[in-house]
Design a protein. Sequence first.
Length: 496
Amino acid sequence: SSEDREQYDVVVVGGGPGGSTLAALVAMRGHRVLILEKETFPRYQIGESLLPSTIHGVCRMTGVAEKLAAAGFTPKKGGTFRWGANPEPWTFSFSVSPKIAGATSHAYQVERSKFDTILLEHAVEKGAEVRFLASVSDVLEDGERVTGVRYTDAAGTEHEVRATYVVDASGNGSRLHKRVGGTREYSQFFRSLALFGYFEGGKRLPAPNAGNILSVAFESGWFWYIPLTPDLTSVGAVVRRENADRIQGDPERALMALIDECPLIKEHLSDATRVTEGQYGQLRVRKDYSYHQTTFWRPGLVLIGDAACFVDPVFSSGVHLATYSALLAARSISSSLAGIVSEEAAFTEFEARYRREYGVFYEFLMSFYDMHVDEDSYFWSAKKVTHNQHTELESFVELVAGVSSSEFDLDGAESAALRMKSKSAEFVSAIDEMSTDAEGNMTPLFRSSAVRQAMQEGAQVQSRAFLGEDLGPDVPMFPGGLITSDDGMLWQPGPA
Ligand code: FAD
């Protein structure tokens, strides 16, 4: 059919947070983007505890941050842990890091069915197209290059769509990632299974920590306890593989037995009842084995989010890695479509930054599973892994907030750049106002476009000077690598 000769700049497989973030960013650059999603939205997903880097970094760049702020999600100011040698729970707050102090020192606990829908609808608002019940079965190839995908619609009809870039954002369950080449390597260290469900009427930590994630280690593994709404709590037990028999058999009985083993969670749930209807009505089991694909891209195809890699859920890094890798891949796609840098350089930069971030969580988590030490030792490990210049506690908070890379000084360099942009945009529109009279006609002075331009440039120089101190020069993250444009949307060649 004629439909089968469709051509897009980018086809995104999967409308989760990775896919819809990438789609929004690339569509904002004016490219034609199609999202193929095998389910209809809203749909259930696990991964409810988010990080500040997602909310105040990537989601601010796509412009969805305000919608998230208006959606009424539970603010998460940090985490509370009963973990390691310390018998008492200890709490960290995002606000201890100067990088994320003030208005950006929180994230949200979200119902993913709502969160993912907001992100996907936002991508559509930014110009992406979406097709639901469109299940991608394979990629199309022309020699080395991936040139599109094959998908099946709700009626079972097969279609082909061509694209300059295919993005695999299909999560952990699809097989598409194999087509990038290499293999999916599973970690020998992080191999757990999770059994989880939802409760009404669970207790809350005392203020100001009521919105914190509560993570509690016990004999067979650990529990998450995530306050989604004042009444609804997500509760999951993560057990090591050698204890897999603990979650076999009747899931209800298995979960209750695990709760019995863990006094702090049991106490929090003493007045609660399990939800048994709707999207939260069933108990679910998921393997959360950690893995990474040995290569993240080939010409025409790139993997982001869970399709590329996953690391143990204890620090809620899944959605952060999905949205951060979406930002990196969007920069690579947009820069390469614009011919600013070579495809090879653009995707090498994407992969290097993505692996760095994954590696930081991975390495840190190895030390976090040493239960014989206390939190000071975890903070020390975080400083070591990130080569951070700040205190040990700050290093830890920056790592687990997703801001250990230089990309998200949410109140520092990156946001200074963004503030500068918006400041100069304000100046520019002020100039536009000055330059037109009440009827919208150009006033004489501004008829010359050279005068206008000089005013606008002046405005930019002024705002750069105003914020110059925090701005600092952008240096490549890796020797010989690329740097990011002021607005964060593109790569640029590094200094020669
Ligand atoms: P997904 O959210 O999985 O989205 C992929 C989309 O692709 C889906 O909508 C799917 O329907 C679609 N799709 C799949 N195959 C196809 C196909 N062939 N064609 C078309 N569409 C397709 N993360 C956190 O941030 N915080 C947490 O607290 C957290 N807790 C977790 C607990 C457990 C037990 C586990 C296992 C994970 C947890 N995670 C957590 C991780 C989180 O779930 C994922 O990292 C995150 O959802 C990845 O986002 P994504 O966009 O890559 O993929």
